[in-house]
Write a protein that binds this ligand. Structure first.
Ligand code: NDP
Length: 266
């Protein structure tokens, strides 16, 4: 568990659902809950909240054991529509509160959206509030509100390590989450990661996830394959040495697989 700046706790490994739809996402989330994950990451724009909700209901896992995140999409940010968007997400998820609600991208109007989230948190519909894909200058714009985001969810993997952004967030008590923690499957053949994995009898995916954990980053690996879902959760029984962590640190190239928050256009 990691403790957020508002006192709430978040399981240190989450489960991603981007690009999984309907029945597929339902089966994936059921497999994840069976494997031990208690923290699920979805978003309005993934169009799979209903499937996630069905899996939660069918799993029988008590609500208070779960940590569910969803996100406010850009169109609703621009339209200042946070309240309706949140209520629609809750309905699709069949939940009466969300553990974490994030502003998905720093789309025009994000400061207003942040103030709306602060009010919605007071209403009890959301436990924690945060942002995603925010750089320091976006975070600075929120300072006037007096409320520091609990989370900043950004792209992080060994080729885009974001050390400066992580340090900036850490200084301000903002927990960083990694999306694309496995670089969206682009790094599994990497020789450095493979060699490190062999030492511990772990896969490259497990090495990457352990690396996030040891950096204090909350990772959200996605898979729809039950064996991978299970394996990705098996990262709490080994520890990468300082030398291995340093070797991975050297892999950084500042290389993104997703859009850049400074230039995105959706
Ligand atoms: P990931 O880095 O999690 O990679 C997912 C890919 O890796 C899938 O193709 C999956 O395949 C494959 N994979 C997973 N585990 C293994 C394994 N052990 N061995 C081999 N292949 C594996 O990318 P995502 O972009 O999905 O990021 C994770 C989550 O972060 C998302 O699902 C979403 O919840 C969130 N996200 C947030 C964004 C934001 O803007 N805030 C943007 C993008 C993602 P398969 O499924 O076929 O098993």
């Amino acid at each position: 568990m990691m403790i957020l700046n508002d006192g709430n706790q978040i399981p240190s490994l989450g489960f991603g659902t981007y690009l999984s739809k309907d029945e597929e996402v339902k089966q994936a989330v059921l497999a994840a809950l069976k494997a031990g994950y208690r923290h699920i990451d979805t978003a309005m724009i993934y169009e799979n909240e209903a499937g996630v909700g069905e899996a939660i209901k069918e799993s029988g896992v008590p609500r208070e054991e779960l940590f569910i995140t969803t996100k406010l999409w850009n169109e609703d940010i621009r339209k200042e529509n946070a309240e309706e968007a949140l209520k629609l997400s809750l309905k699709k998820l069949q939940l009466d509160y969300i553990d974490l609600y994030l502003i998905h991208w720093p789309a025009k109007g994000y400061v207003k959206a942040w103030n709306q989230l602060i009010e919605l948190q007071k209403s009890g519909l959301i436990k924690s509030i945060g942002v995603s894909n925010f750089n320091p200058h976006h975070l600075k714009d929120l300072e006037e509100s007096g409320v520091v985001p609990a989370i900043n969810q950004v792209e992080i993997h060994p080729k885009l390590q974001q050390a400066d952004l992580i340090a900036y967030c850490k200084e301000r008590g903002i927990q960083v989450q990694a999306w694309g923690p496995l670089m969206q499957a682009a790094l599994f053949q990497d020789e450095t990661l493979k060699a490190i994995g062999e030492k511990y009898n772990k896969s490259t995916a497990q090495v990457m996830l352990r690396w996030h954990l040891q950096r204090g980053v909350n990772a959200l690996p996605k898979s729809v394959t039950p064996s991978r879902i299970e394996a990705n959760y098996q990262i709490f029984d080994f520890e990468l040495s300082k030398e291995d962590m340093n070797q991975i640190a050297e892999m950084n190239e500042g290389k993104r697989v997703g859009p850049d928050p400074e230039t995105f256009d959706f």
